[in-house]
Design a protein around this ligand. Sequence first.
Ligand SMILES: [Zn+2]
Length: 154
Amino acid sequence: MIHPAAARAAMARALAAAELSGADDVPVGAVVLGPDGAVLASAGNRREADADPTAHAEMIAIRAAATRFGDGWRLTGCTLVVTLEPCAMCAGALVAARVSELVFGAWEPKTGAVGSVWDVVRDPRVTHRVTVRAGVMESECAAVLRDFFAHHRS
Ligand SMILES: [Zn+2]
């Protein structure tokens, strides 16, 4: 399991990656770390910018990491670090990609699928399990979202 200090350092990178989100997109950032801790990919949320319902930060980062990691589509031993609790689509992609560990920052009580609404990655019926560390730099991650919604909703 990733060391707490390494998880925080990676979350700082994920927060920076949130700036890759589209101007009208909810700012969410994700990075994928290889088993050695090196960054394989980083991405922001591009759903609005790319008019793509699947262009969540996690999906973009997982796709990019798989092309670089060299084990086909598998990300075994890799860690995905994301500023917000993944949705059902992204949690499903984590399982499908065989990602070993997930680190996330803020909770998403309305759509979160790693403990809030569902728990896709630890469902006993799912054969691949993902180790989860939740709430890393939670207040910093939540602040980015709060700032965005304060300026995009009247
Ligand atoms: Zn998602």
